[in-house]
Design a protein around this ligand. Structure first.
Ligand SMILES: Cc1cc2nc3c(=O)[nH]c(=O)nc-3n(C[C@H](O)[C@H](O)[C@H](O)COP(=O)(O)O)c2cc1C
Length: 350
């Protein structure tokens, strides 16, 4: 199937402007997601033969395999069931912000096929927490799904840094009932000041408040608290990373997602004069090294979802060997096709 994608589908998609190709893919996958018969046929075809050998437990959830879809592909939760049919073990939707927002001016997504990379400055274009919650309420919720659904939340552009906690609070309260796990995104490079939320005191305020809300919700509803994870940038210094890990351990957060796109402009990218974050191959080693450092510093106590430059079973295995429990893909799927997850999941199970 990967040969069909590479020889037929990809050349057609790559003739289009990258965001147009992305929209077409979303439209096609949304049709698949709304066609239950086709979904179950594809699910049966893409399921791993021995599901017990590929299943993993992490932060209290059960995943049928280790490979998930990274945030940013299905920002508005319009096609996530299609990824389950394609053999993914979990899907992370978003980033969703409290307020709907159009994102940055186009063009804002660029391909670099020779480098197996993308560069984007989308700027959290999404329909907002209320609209996404309404859409999610039409489908089976937590506990009724075959694969866990993560919801990634970020700061609305109009919210100042001082308003950030209230802004995330709205998204948390609106989306919590629909999430198997929640991700606090403080690491996208395309929202002004967002990465400042990775600073120790601001992060402590933000995560402390979300943890309090989570506990309060659990007490009131007799439900378990939702696992909350933090998604970090690959461009943190060692002291910054250590400070963040200290906070996550102190607050007993469920895990960490490492990493988002990079602001670094090394090698070929030194001459590319476009703002935004680079993903794909250029971020592979950076994120694997960060995963290894997190694993080392926390003695393996903090579950890690490894993401960044995974394009094959080998690149996924490197993340697992470094300490990741689960992995996610985005750019690799653009270059290798939608069956990459199944190929990696099968190889990891073996
Ligand atoms: C076009 C594009 C949009 C993205 N949007 C988001 C987003 O909204 N939220 C987020 O947390 N990460 C976002 N990401 C980052 C990915 O989730 C992932 O962390 C990063 O791309 C590294 O993985 P990859 O090399 O497999 O793409 C985006 C990535 C791309 C390429």
């Amino acid at each position: 199937m990967s040969a069909v994608y590479k020889s037929l589908v990809k050349p057609l998609l790559f003739r289009l402007e990258p965001e147009r190709a992305h929209e077409l893919a979303i439209d096609g996958l949304a049709i698949l997601a709304r066609t239950p018969g086709l979904c179950s046929w594809m699910r049966a075809w893409n399921q791993l033969p021995d599901s017990s050998s590929s299943a993993v437990e992490a932060f209290g959830l059960s995943f049928p395999n280790r490979v998930g879809l990274a945030a940013g592909f299905d920002k508005n939760a319009v096609c996530w069931p299609a990824f389950e049919a394609l053999g993914f073990g979990h899907v992370e939707i978003g980033t969703v912000t409290a307020k709907p927002q159009p994102g940055n001016l186009k063009p804002r997504m660029f391909r670099f096929p020779e480098q197996d990379a993308l560069l984007n400055r989308m700027g959290f274009n999404n329909e907002g927490a209320d609209a996404v919650a309404e859409r999610l309420s039409e489908l089976p919720g937590p506990g009724q799904r075959r694969i866990p659904l993560g919801i990634n939340i970020g700061k609305s552009k109009v919210a100042t840094l001082d308003e950030a906690v209230a802004d995330y609070r709205h998204s948390f309260l609106t989306l919590a009932d629909h999430a198997d796990y929640l991700v606090v995104n403080v690491s996208s490079p395309n929202t002004p000041d967002l990465r400042k939320l990775q600073e120790e005191s601001r992060l402590l305020d933000l995560l402390g408040e979300l943890r309090r809300l989570n506990q309060e919700r659990a007490n009131q509803t007799d439900k378990y608290p939702i696992p909350i994870l933090l998604k970090i940038a690959p461009d943190l210094t060692e002291p910054q990373l250590d400070a963040i890990l200290g906070i996550l351990i102190d607050l007993d957060l469920a895990g960490i997602i490492a990493t988002n796109t990079t602001m670094a402009r090394e090698g070929f990218f030194a001459s590319i004069n476009e703002a935004g974050g680079v993903s794909g191959k250029p971020v592979e080693t950076m994120s694997t090294e960060i995963i290894a450092r997190i694993h080392d510093r926390t003695g393996g106590r903090l579950p890690i979802i490894g993401v960044g430059g995974i394009s094959s079973p080998d690149t996924a295995k490197r993340k697992i060997d470094a300490g990741a429990t689960l992995v996610q893909i985005y750019t690799g799927m653009v270059y290798e096709g939608p069956f990459l997850a199944k190929r990696i999941a099968r190889a990891l199970a073996e």
